[in-house]
Design a protein around this ligand. Structure first.
Ligand code: NAD
Length: 313
């Protein structure tokens, strides 16, 4: 249990709201900063704690003044490829100015920082699985650049604040995660397929479905992030770790599994693969498992069933 004060940017979103639950459960006072762009008040409406408040705030603006903050989880950024065109500037600024503001605020409080980075920093990878040492294959001019490159810049800002201000920053490269509280119209593949299957519509596969992903259930991801955040400074300060699940499936296999679980008459239809869509993706999580004594425990079928229950409510 902790009586510390944690700030969670993006706390009304999918991952942020699960993080809030985990922190409140451990006794933290929690303040969420969110502009509700892709986040939803209902993700937090179950929270009934005096130790909790939400402030409607855009992280690309300087943070409001708050008391005695011990840790900042910077998670604010739209993450759906659906938003990569329509909200490109907002995304780049949330990860650019937003990260600068989060790190500046943390410096003033001498607070620890947990920075949400992404497997997208590896781009369309030429090394497999992706280890933290891999430098990536990202198209700086491509349609995913505002997201991918702003996350890479956020990591570079972390290096800058570590060097210049000795801030305790832990960077987590999150691989595809799914679970309850994802928006059904979010545009990411699991909510897409589940919504289509539950409505009896055909599942849209982009490309021939041979591209791979490794999907992590949200409770496993949050456990990994919290273990990293709470690890002693001697172990975790200034480190970057991959957190995700290593079970790799093709998108076609994912579609088939969902059709089987939902038991629908839906079929599969094919559309062209978007530009720069990664063809393979699987995290090397040996660093996290070694450092944190953590590993994912929830398999894809079990996690999908839990997600379907939540979507069906
Ligand atoms: N879910 C995944 O698989 C995944 C994978 C890799 C990285 N991530 C990272 O994790 C974080 C959370 O992602 P998510 O899946 O929960 O997405 P989400 O869209 O559900 O949550 C993002 C939250 O940030 C808020 N937000 C966005 N821009 C903001 C701004 N300028 N100011 C204040 N709030 C803002 C949104 O309103 C929302 O509540 C993001 O940084 C994302 O890049 C997620």
């Amino acid at each position: 249990m902790s009586d510390q004060h944690a700030v969670v940017t993006g706390g009304a979103g999918f991952l942020g709201s699960h993080l809030v639950d985990s922190l409140l459960n451990d006794g933290y006072q929690v303040t969420v900063l969110d502009n509700f762009g892709s986040g939803r008040p209902e993700n937090l409406e179950h929270v009934d704690a005096e130790r909790f408040e939400t402030i409607n705030h855009d992280v690309s603006e300087p943070f409001p003044s708050l008391n005695n903050v011990g840790v900042v989880y910077h998670f604010a950024s739209r993450a759906s490829p659906k938003d990569f065109d329509s909200h490109a500037v907002e995304i780049a600024l949330a990860n650019g100015m937003g990260t600068h503001n989060a790190l500046q605020f943390a410096s003033e409080h001498e607070a620890r920082v947990v920075l949400a980075s992404t497997s997208e920093v590896y781009g369309d990878p030429e090394e497999h699985p992706q280890h933290e040492e891999y430098r990536g294959n990202v198209n700086v001019r491509g349609p995913r650049a505002p997201y991918d490159e702003s996350k890479r810049f956020a990591e570079a800002l972390a290096v800058a604040y570590e060097a210049q201000h000795s801030l305790d920053i832990r960077t987590v490269r999150i691989f595809n995660t799914y679970g309850p509280r994802m928006r059904q119209d979010d545009g990411r593949v699991i909510p897409n397929f589940l919504t289509q299957a539950l409505e009896g519509k055909d599942l849209t596969v982009y490309g021939d479905g041979s591209q791979t992903r490794s999907f992590c259930y949200v409770s496993d991801l949050i456990a990994g992030i919290r273990a990293f955040a709470d690890a002693p400074s001697e172990v975790a300060k200034g480190e970057v770790v991959n957190v995700g699940n290593t079970d790799e499936v093709t998108i076609f296999e994912l579609a088939e599994l969902i059709l089987e679980i939902v038991d629908t008459d839906s079929d599969i239809t094919y559309e062209p693969l978007p530009e720069d869509d990664p063809k393979i993706r699987r995290p090397d999580i040996s660093k996290a498992t070694g450092m944190l004594d953590w590993e994912p425990t929830i398999g894809l079928e079990k996690g999908l069933k839990r997600t379907i229950e939540a979507f069906d409510d």
